[in-house]
Design a protein around this ligand. Structure first.
Ligand SMILES: Nc1ncnc2c1ncn2[C@@H]1O[C@H](COP(=O)(O)OP(=O)(O)O)[C@@H](O)[C@H]1O
Ligand SMILES: [Mg+2]
Length: 315
């Protein structure tokens, strides 16, 4: 079931079109990645879907509610981590959570304390609940900011660049938590990022945008096939020897051969499956001992750089 459906979503600021006719669907329980360079329109898109901005035109429905008509309902069912979340540095972690619980009308003391404890435990902050947030590391602040966005149990969560500014270790901790959140709480998560590692590791579907426009949409592996100019095969040999090169280069379909210490990298325009058996046979006949044969897909990073540098809608 689609939890978020956007159709022709557009936002202009004066002459600038920040979000340009975007259409996409996000399934329930999915972690959907919104990718793009700075200024691409990620934050604006999230703000539109969270009803913090009114679109210039277009429509989006969040769990069936229209961003034009049902703003209050949408705010109830969505949680948002904004680009620069402001926490109260002079309050403790617990007090920050209480403040937001009350802002979301969770006033029953028992319900409030259960929810806060549950979230602080989930984010590994329970032992630090009485510490002032001003003393927290960036990673801890980010965890608290996400916990805060979940206080009213929203089934949909928007995370705007949740790992930017974090060191690799804290980024990984945040990624692990997002994954756990999507698995355990069945939360539908829309995550914007310019970190490809986040998208590759977390997202089942990714939309790449540039200058407000969609340039690609699909699963990370679908995207990697879109720009697959060359098919690449890596073969590990026990003792690669020099004459292997000329043998391989003579095979029809092989375009480029690189010989490393233990790995031979072969690029071809033809389908890997078609050429692989021929390549392996030639290597074996030449006395090579094949340890492994691995077809290599371009990484999401390769795809991203290629699409963002080029132009036109390819999806
Ligand atoms: N409130 C605003 N007023 C005018 N221009 C804005 C406003 N918000 C964003 N923009 C512009 O819209 C474009 C998209 O911005 P943004 O959505 O923040 O991109 P991203 O989050 O991908 O970096 C940028 O060119 C930005 O300068
Ligand atoms: Mg942004």
């Amino acid at each position: 079931m689609s939890m978020i459906v956007a159709h022709g979503l557009t936002k202009r600021f004066g002459d600038l079109t920040a979000v340009d006719n975007l259409s996409f669907e996000i399934d329930e329980g999915e972690v959907f990645g919104l990718l793009g360079p700075n200024g691409a329109g990620k934050t604006t898109t999230i703000r539109l879907l969270a009803c913090l901005l009114i679109p210039t035109k277009g429509e989006a429905e969040i769990a069936g509610y229209s961003i034009w008509r049902d703003q209050l309902k949408i705010r109830e069912i969505t949680g948002i981590l904004t680009e620069n979340p402001c926490l109260y540095e002079r309050l403790t972690a617990y007090e920050n959570m209480e403040f937001f619980a009350e802002a979301y009308n969770i006033t029953d003391p028992r319900e409030k304390s259960i929810r806060i404890r549950e979230l602080l435990e989930f984010f590994g902050l329970w032992d630090r609940r009485h510490d002032k947030v001003g003393k927290f590391s960036k990673g801890m602040k980010q965890k608290l900011a996400i916990a805060r966005a979940l206080v009213h149990r929203p089934p949909i969560l928007y995370l705007d660049e949740p790992t930017s500014d974090l060191d690799p270790e804290s980024s990984k901790a945040i990624r692990d938590l997002i994954r756990k959140l999507s698995e355990r709480e069945q939360c539908t998560i829309l995550l914007s990022t310019h970190r490809l590692e986040d998208a590759e590791k977390l997202c089942s579907k990714v939309m790449i945008i540039k200058e407000g426009r969609r340039i690609a949409l699909g699963s990370p592996s679908q995207l990697s096939m879109m720009v697959n100019e060359y098919n690449v095969l890596e073969i590990r040999l026990r003792h690669p020897h020099k004459k292997i090169r000329s043998i391989l280069e003579d095979i029809s379909g092989v375009d480029r051969v690189e010989i490393g210490e233990t790995v031979i990298r072969i690029e071809m325009k033809k389908d890997v499956e078609e050429v692989t058996p021929i390549i392996v046979r030639h290597i074996v006949e030449a006395g090579g001992e094949v340890l492994s044969v691995t077809p290599i897909r371009p990484s999401l990073e390769d795809v991203y750089l290629k699409l963002v540098k080029g132009d036109g809608d390819k999806a």
